[in-house]
Design a binder for this molecule. Structure first.
Ligand SMILES: Nc1ncnc2c1ncn2[C@@H]1O[C@H](COP(=O)(O)OP(=O)(O)OP(=O)(O)O)[C@@H](O)[C@H]1O
Length: 251
């Protein structure tokens, strides 16, 4: 197994003259799970977009396996092992589930579809249905499964649980965790459901107005409820069982 690693070093980035992110550090290796949390507008999506080359990077570095890819286009970053599930469910509504998955194969064998079906049995049941015939949750599963068809080493997921019932969200997290451990997939998860992120990720980047308020092991962050309270308004102790519900506990 290669030791693919994505790292942001002191990244400063934004959009057309607006600086959003300042001095952001983050790293994830194959098989590791990282979470990004913060209030609305804190810069979570911008962090993933910067890793993918979809923002204006002003300074700092985006490294893949130690190679600075800061000036490389998104497609080249994908070829080098980065996968991306954007917030907008990125599926073709006029194509079947099976054909949607095939578009993600990038020349790979059709047999990979079986891996997607093993991960999401619901997609197998719906394989002949068109994208516009799927529920929100099924579209979300398809979007993730399609990104996995290219066999990324590191997958960036932007709010994959949005709109899902708590029990479905929890199931999806368990499936992703299992897949990550078994296949050595590195994950960077942006998610509003803070309790689920704390359960999923071994390291957390907590953003406050584009700046890192915390970057480090989840267990360390759980010991600092005051930080969670000030940065995202989490009401209760993050390490209490009550906080690990599917519902976010934002003030
Ligand atoms: N395409 C864009 N052009 C200009 N500014 C943008 C653009 N996208 C986002 N922003 C701004 O960048 C800041 C960070 O946005 P971002 O979407 O990264 O936050 P977020 O933490 O993902 O928020 P949310 O939780 O609401 O999705 C916000 O102030 C937002 O208005």
């Amino acid at each position: 197994m290669s030791l693919t690693e994505l790292a942001l070093r002191n990244a400063v980035a934004g959009y057309a003259g607006t600086t959003v992110l300042e001095n952001v550090d983050l790293s994830v290796k194959r098989g590791e799970r990282v979470g990004i949390i913060g209030r609305n507008g804190a810069g979570k999506t911008t962090t993933l977009a910067t890793a993918m080359g979809l923002t204006q990077q002003i300074s700092g570095q985006v490294l893949l396996n130690g190679v600075d890819v800061s000036t490389m286009p998104t497609a080249e970053r994908s070829r080098r092992g980065l996968g991306y599930v954007p917030q907008t469910r990125d599926i073709f509504k006029s194509m079947t589930v099976r054909d949607n998955l095939r578009t993600g194969l990038q020349g790979g064998p059709d047999a990979r579809l079986d891996e997607a079906y093993a991960l999401f049995p619901r997609l197998h049941e719906r394989r002949n249905n068109f994208g516009n015939e799927l529920s929100g949750g099924e579209q979300q599963m398809l979007s993730i499964a399609r990104a996995l068809m290219g066999q990324p080493d590191i997958l960036l997921l932007d709010e994959p649980l949005e709109g899902l019932a708590p029990v479905v969200a929890q199931e999806l997290m368990v499936s992703l965790s299992t897949f990550s451990s078994q296949r050595g997939l590195g994950c960077v998860l942006v998610e509003q459901h803070v309790g689920l992120v704390l359960d999923f990720a071994s390291s957390i980047l907590l953003l406050e107005r584009g700046r890192p308020a915390f970057w480090g092991p989840t267990e360390e962050l759980k010991k600092r409820p005051e930080l969670l309270a000030s940065a995202i308004g989490l009401k209760s102790n993050a390490s209490s069982p009550a906080s690990r519900s599917a519902a976010p506990q934002l003030a």
